[in-house]
Design a protein around this ligand. Structure first.
Ligand code: G3I
Length: 355
């Protein structure tokens, strides 16, 4: 049934005027497609999320797509993918004006072939940025490079990406702007320019601001992102969603006010997506924390989807932390069962799931 999702979503995405309803459309298709209600507990992550009109995704790497166990787990469990590195600037435009899409295309083709949604990650970020961008010295040149990069990537995948991380990690933990080449050359307005450019490049994609350490409403960085979203909404600058990366660990645990943080973002008029979820561990404590995160998302209608930052532990960017839902033999960990039951018990998403 998930096979219908991309077909219908892609069809919706090509039709004008449906941008603001895209995730609602996804939710409707997911819910209608499965024809399952809470009484019919689904047995995979994607199917259980779809019951409430949400997606459950994984970050994937193109170079693992030739591994049968990896692909079997991806295809069975998930209904959304995020390329972990393949859409970043160093991968897609290593030389100015010379674009490489093959690795990311491989992920997008696989996902669409399986009826999965695709999240785009990421257009404007200070890391994994080619040296030619960092070396640009004038505002005009950085502006041209940034808008050119956004236009090229969003045009290449127009109608195929349900949500794009337009700007990633623009703030320091203090709430001050991070001093990137974009910030130092263009100034504060670069985020607005990026979002306006993105809206024009693919009017059907959801446009997200994505960051880590914005999971606690009381942190200075979270407050800075609240302010950004409020300002954009007040002035009519396009923004549709905020991505909470949610890289949790012992020094940055799941905050007690996580659900309230999601609610506060949603109250500003944007969707919330949990975009890079990982929690170290292997037993009951990890499972409890994963459950807490999923319950928080399920409690807020505008929390529209969750992405874990990899599939088996050994392919995590922090493999020693074993932060994912599958061990390195692709066995389901206790956290997997906790997530599945929390998804099955979840409250309605952006539109009530049809049953
Ligand atoms: O590009 C080279 C490649 O040519 C070489 O063959 C390979 C050999 O190991 O290394 C490749 O680069 C690595 C790249 O991942 C692709 O595998 C980099 O050294 C490595 O630093 C890079 O790490 C990525 C990291 O972002 C960079 O900051 C991780 O895989 C990726 O999981 C991580 O993801 C970020 C999110 O995008 C944003 N949020 C934070 C998160 C963690 O930093």
């Amino acid at each position: 049934m998930i096979g219908n999702v991309v077909t219908d979503t892609a069809r919706q995405a090509r039709r004008p005027g449906l941008r603001t309803a895209l995730v609602v459309g996804i939710a409707g298709v997911l819910g209608a497609g499965l024809m399952a209600g809470p009484a019919d507990a689904a047995s995979t992550l994607g199917a259980s999320a779809a019951q409430t009109g949400r997606y459950f995704g994984a970050a994937v790497a193109a170079h693992h797509l030739d591994e049968p166990a990896y692909v079997a787990t991806l295809d069975r469990e998930f209904n959304s993918v995020t390329p972990e590195n393949e859409m970043k600037w160093d991968a897609t435009e290593p030389v100015r004006g010379s674009f490489r899409y093959a690795a990311a295309d491989q992920i997008v083709a696989h996902a669409r072939g399986q009826g999965m949604l695709v999240r785009g990650h990421t257009l404007v970020w200070h890391s994994q940025l080619p040296s030619w961008v960092r070396g640009l010295s004038t505002a005009a040149d950085v502006r041209t490079a940034m808008t050119g990069h956004i236009n090229a990537l969003m045009s290449h995948w127009r109608g195929q990406i349900h949500s794009w991380n337009v700007v990633n990690e623009a703030f320091q933990d203090t709430g001050a702007r991070r001093n990137t080449v974009f910030q130092s050359r263009i100034g504060d307005d670069y985020i607005e320019l990026a979002f306006r450019t993105a809206r024009a490049a693919d009017p059907d994609a959801r446009l997200c601001y994505n960051d880590y350490y914005i999971d606690d409403a009381n942190h200075a960085k979270t407050r800075a992102v609240f302010d950004l979203v409020r300002d954009f909404k007040t002035r009519g600058v396009p923004i549709d969603c905020v991505g909470l990366q949610s890289h949790f660990n012992a020094t940055s645990p799941v905050p007690d006010n996580y659900r309230q943080t999601i609610e506060r973002f949603a109250a500003l008029g944007v969707d919330v997506q949990i975009t890079e979820l990982e929690i170290p561990g292997s037993g009951a404590a990890q499972a409890d924390d994963y459950r807490k995160v999923v319950n928080a998302c399920m409690a807020v209608a505008r929390c529209t989807g969750i992405t874990v930052f990899g599939i088996p532990d050994h392919y995590s960017w922090r493999p020693y932390a074993t932060p994912l839902l599958f061990d390195s033999e692709y066995n389901k960990k206790p956290a997997y069962e906790a997530v599945l039951s929390a998804l099955n018990a979840g409250g309605p998403g952006p539109v009530p799931a049809r049953s």
